[in-house]
Design a protein around this ligand. Structure first.
Ligand SMILES: [Zn+2]
Length: 95
């Protein structure tokens, strides 16, 4: 992967094009890697992977929970509050 696909010269990670033949390196694989990385940030599979990858499952869980809490903005909290209030009002009306 770290070789020029045209001439086979060694490729440095920082290089965008081959020093030997001047060919631009394909960045598709890098884009795909980034895509996979991004997806794993967003999906349950990635979440589980991170939790199981931590030293202990408890550590992994608490790290993820902290991240989740930090990610909750004031708007999100307000939305949750409104939803809770709505459900509460609905229950009051039905009962
Ligand atoms: Zn080359």
């Amino acid at each position: 992967m770290n070789k020029c696909q045209i001439c086979g010269a060694e490729r440095l990670k920082s290089e965008v094009r081959c020093a030997q033949c001047g060919e631009f390196y394909p960045t598709l694989t890098e884009l795909l890697d980034a895509e996979v990385f991004y997806e794993e940030q967003q999906t349950l599979k990635g979440l589980l992977k991170r939790i199981l990858g931590a030293e202990t499952i408890k550590q992994g869980l608490s790290a993820e929970f902290k991240k989740f809490k930090a990610g909750l903005s004031k708007t999100a909290l307000f939305t949750l509050y409104v939803i809770a209030a709505f459900i509460f009002a609905l229950l009051i009306t039905v009962l």
